[in-house]
Design a protein around this ligand. Structure first.
Ligand SMILES: C[S@@+](CC[C@H](N)C(=O)[O-])C[C@H]1O[C@@H](n2cnc3c(N)ncnc32)[C@H](O)[C@@H]1O
Length: 364
């Protein structure tokens, strides 16, 4: 009998806000959705060029997993794009309708994710079978040689934990007075970068066992160019502003300064070079394509943009903030965040890029 199936990697679960309320992820993730829609053509092209139909399942079932799917609806758009791209490929190779494959899709996220909302909003006319797969994608989720295509968007920037040194008062990487790395010292930045590389390696190592030879990973993360400094990344500037709001609250005696010192956001924005170096070091996948895509600027007014960013960040960080500071501070914190965003230069200076990588499992 096979041994116990367990994830070897511990990742702290930090779920997005569930349900469909004002600060829910489902209502505040249009930014991520725009990116998924914008890369549809690239993904169709990549699947047409790089997916070898002969490596797909002999039973004619294609197994796909969207990892870090959250509560929807974006995951359904991403999955539909992939299913259509594969069907296009089959049809372009002359397969008639009766010989088209079927799709089994596994939607993965941490067990604390609001899977009920996700399943309740499944598209009724979907042309794939669907199941949930709870657990951390930093560890094993599936049996050997099981998956044909893995998709993950806007999830791998979440680290499995805040780097230990960053929380250690006697380490040079200790992040006093800030909640994020981007404007911190080199040691703090390095600790975050190292944690990202280690986590991505764990992700790839687990997928290397689960993805069939020739199978694909479509990986999308928010990132930056090789030359753009961390301090110019739109989200990084926003997190620094959020940190300054928490420090203001500490100065007013609403929370303690120690509480702010011991709070750090476990997110990292990688560059293409960093991503490529990790994939190469890992060694199990060929990097078939790597794009650094700028996001189109929105035409909304500054107050509209500030509100959207504030809700968007609240949908993602509320769980973490509540756990550390208590729920009582949230409304005041996000009111002052909204105000500071409006007055800041983030909308003029902030850079937004997405990294899109296509990886193919090497033959063993
Ligand atoms: C910003 S949401 C992205 C959701 C969706 N992919 C999209 O593009 O809209 C990130 C999701 O990744 C999930 N996530 C983060 N770390 C994870 C891990 N180690 N294992 C599984 N899911 C994870 C979070 O719980 C969250 O639901």
């Amino acid at each position: 009998m096979a041994g116990a199936v367990q994830s070897v990697n511990f990742s702290k679960a930090l779920p997005m806000n569930g349900g469909h309320g004002l600060y829910s992820y489902s209502k505040n993730s249009t930014y991520q959705k725009k990116v998924i829609v914008a890369v549809k053509e690239l993904i169709t092209e990549a699947i047409a060029e790089k997916l070898d139909i002969c490596v797909l399942s002999s039973s004619n079932t294609i197994c796909v997993s969207d990892m870090g799917c959250s509560v929807g609806p974006n995951t359904f758009v991403a999955v539909q794009n992939i299913v259509e791209a594969v069907l296009n490929k089959y049809q372009s190779q002359g397969h008639d309708h009766s010989r088209l494959p079927e799709f089994q899709v596994f939607l993965n996220d941490h067990a604390l994710n609001d899977f009920n909302t996700l399943f309740k909003s499944l598209p009724p006319n979907r042309n794939y079978y669907v199941a949930g797969m709870p657990g951390s994608f930093h560890g094993r989720l599936f049996p050997n040689d099981f998956l044909h295509i893995v998709h993950t968007s806007y999830a791998l920037q979440w680290l499995s934990q805040v780097p230990k040194e960053v929380e250690n008062v006697s380490s040079p990487a200790w992040n006093k007075g800030r909640i994020y790395y981007s404007s911190a010292g080199d040691q703090t930045v390095k600790a975050y970068a190292d944690q990202f590389a280690e986590d991505l390696d764990c992700f790839l190592h687990a997928r290397a066992q689960e993805v069939v030879c020739g199978g694909l990973i479509i990986l999308m993360v928010p990132g930056r160019t090789d030359t753009s400094p961390h301090t110019r990344v739109f989200s990084n500037i926003s997190y620094d502003i959020l940190g300054s709001c928490l420090m203001d609250m500490a100065k007013m005696g609403i929370i303690s300064e120690e509480k702010v010192d011991s709070f750090n956001i476990p997110i990292y924005f990688s560059s293409p070079q960093e991503l490529e170096a990790t994939v190469e070091r890992n060694g199990y996948f060929n990097l078939e394509r790597l794009e650094c895509l700028p996001l189109e600027k929105s035409q909304d007014t500054i107050p509209q943009k500030a509100r959207a960013v504030s809700y968007h960040i609240r949908a993602g960080l509320e769980f973490l903030l509540k756990e550390h500071f208590g729920h009582e501070i949230l409304d005041e914190l996000f009111d002052s965040f909204n105000e500071k965003l409006e007055k800041s230069e983030v909308f003029q200076l902030g850079l937004t890029y997405s990294l899109l990588a296509l990886l193919k499992r090497k033959e063993t």
